[in-house]
Design a protein. Sequence first.
Length: 238
Amino acid sequence: MQFFLLGIIALLLVLWALNRFAVANPAQLAWHLRITGGLAALAAGGVLALRGLVGYAIWLIGAGVWMLMGNVRPAWLGQGAGQRASQTSRVTTDHLDAELDHASGALHAEIRKGPHAGRRLDELRPAEVAALWQEWQFTDPPSAQILETWLDRAHPTWRDDAARRGGTSNGGGSRAGSGTGMSRETALEILGLGPGASEDDIRRAHRELMMKVHPDRGGSHALAAQINSAKETLLDGR
């Protein structure tokens, strides 16, 4: 008689599960299968306990309780859905508002100020983004790091492309004729000088900075290149 009742219960559970399977989405299905399995384990454990098989009964009842308590509500209800919808990280720097999607790994960023203010990185040409990276390496390192990450993902060959061009263009500010692609204002900012800086001031500032950031002294190749470009920009035509 006990096995007959157990069979009826199992049959009803299977029919109920099949019905839910036909209409459920994957999230609902996972939840229902867990609940069904938990109830079935509890029922089987109860039958075994009545038959005196206490050791097996304890194991099955424990498994059933774990399955039921491990997820007591569907993931598609309440807070769970909201958590899945907000799996993004937002970072704000001096020049960028950036967002990283955890699921896809996609990185999106919008420029906050400057000639390209209000534009998204994917709206710019790779050369324009590379020029911003070159400019911000010294003046805004956090923004430059975001640009570098974005370029590595969206345009893996951007470094080779920039090397073939022999320098990038930053698309704004006054130009010097040195071909560095750096504005005079940016060059002055990199060297920490004012608009009236003399040639001696430029050379002295360059020398002092290179002593601090030269790669041979444990500094950065990128920063050293920026400092050299700044000096070339300011001394061009003197």
